[in-house]
Design a binder for this molecule. Structure first.
Ligand SMILES: NC(=O)C1=CN([C@@H]2O[C@H](COP(=O)(O)OP(=O)(O)OC[C@H]3O[C@@H](n4cnc5c(N)ncnc54)[C@H](OP(=O)(O)O)[C@@H]3O)[C@@H](O)[C@H]2O)C=CC1
Ligand SMILES: Cc1cn([C@H]2C[C@H](O)[C@@H](COP(=O)(O)OP(=O)(O)O[C@H]3O[C@@H](C)C(=O)[C@@H](O)[C@H]3O)O2)c(=O)[nH]c1=O
Ligand SMILES: [Mg+2]
Length: 283
């Protein structure tokens, strides 16, 4: 079975390369932006028509949450229109599409973990751009696509909250981290394993699914755990979102209910702290 992974140089793309050997039945082809630039529609069509994969996993995205407030057009193109074109090409070549989306499509006003059918009202430009991509896939290729919303993704690769915290904790005596935004971290290795396991699952079920590590924490809790595991001597103070102003608004609650992907595809859902400890051994 031939799988093309786009966004191969990103943290999820690199984690998929890390775990690919766990799936010997899958022939994975990893394409970075240089070989498959989502916004160059002709290039995308040409590359995928030539490779004719059975699956395309889209790990490419514009992920700069705060910058997106200023770069809305770029975010909407890469996370929106380009995803629509990718869906069309996948449909043309009869390749199934797995597309990764985000918890930031929700407005954060819920008090229970979000299920896939809950109303979406993104509060920031990044979340809005990711929602455009979801909606285009549903319009253009609903029966051939799996959309996996995830949250708070980190790994040894690329830029993420864990690596930001480790850097700041080495530089500063104390830092402030918000304790009024609640969600679930996701180790990109766990997500990578889940996405590839969907490709080799005997039954294909299209639709929207949620995937994150289990457990509900704040970014402050996350930072405290990072400090404890790292042994770094930096004071972590709990602050409010108002005390940490950012260009983008973020949902106060973006916990995802992951039951559907577990029952449909049997994906393993490791507990957040166990996965964090795994990742920290590599950092
Ligand atoms: N990080 C997180 O916390 C979360 C991420 N997600 C989603 O998970 C997916 C993977 O995210 P993650 O790995 O963390 O993101 P990264 O920012 O680490 O990687 C994104 C990759 O997309 C590539 N890319 C950007 N624009 C294009 C383009 N026009 N064509 C091809 N590739 C492009 C980037 O290329 P280059 O390296 O050249 O810049 C980069 O390698 C994304 O869909 C994201 O929205 C969802 C929830 C949380
Ligand atoms: C660095 C830092 C951040 N924060 C706050 C800011 C923000 O509210 C929260 C998270 O910070 P970051 O900007 O690192 O995380 P952010 O880029 O918002 O992470 C998001 O990325 C996108 C791609 C997603 O899809 C989301 O699921 C989510 O993972 O922590 C502090 O309170 N103190 C700090 O020192
Ligand atoms: Mg970020």
């Amino acid at each position: 079975m031939k799988i093309v992974v786009t966004g191969a140089n990103g943290q999820l793309g690199k984690c998929m390369q890390d775990v690919a050997s766990n799936f010997p039945a899958l022939q994975c082809i990893f394409l970075g932006r240089e070989h498959c630039d989502l916004q160059q529609f002709g290039m995308v069509s040409q590359v995928l028509q030539a490779l004719k994969p059975d699956w395309v996993i889209n790990a490419a995205a514009y992920t700069a949450v705060d910058k997106a407030e200023q770069e809305t057009q770029a975010a909407d193109l890469i996370n929106g229109e380009a995803v629509g074109h990718l869906a069309k090409v996948c449909k043309d070549i009869a390749a199934k599409l797995i597309h990764v989306s985000t918890d930031y499509v929700f407005d954060g006003t819920a008090t229970q973990p979000y299920v896939e059918t809950d109303a979406v009202h993104p509060v920031g430009a990044y979340g809005k751009s990711k929602l455009i991509g979801e909606q285009l896939i549903q319009q253009l290729y609903a029966d051939g696509a799996v959309i996996v919303r995830t949250s708070w993704v980190y790994s040894r690769h690329g830029a993420n909250f864990v690596k930001t915290m480790l850097r700041l904790m080495k530089e500063k005596e104390s830092i402030g981290v918000v304790n009024d935004q609640l969600g679930s971290p996701t180790y990109a290795i766990d997500l990578a394993n889940a996405l590839l396991s969907i490709c080799q699952h005997p039954k294909f079920v299209p639709g929207i699914f949620h995937y994150s590590n289990s457990g509900i924490i704040s970014w402050y809790d996350f930072a405290v755990a990072i400090r404890e595991i790292s042994g770094l001597n930096c004071k972590v103070n709990a602050i409010t979102t108002a005390e940490f102003p950012t260009p983008a608004k973020r949902p106060e609650w973006s916990v995802l209910n992951c039951n559907k992907i577990q029952t449909t595809y049997g994906c393993a859902i490791p507990e957040w702290k166990a996965s964090l400890q795994q990742c920290m051994t590599l950092l």
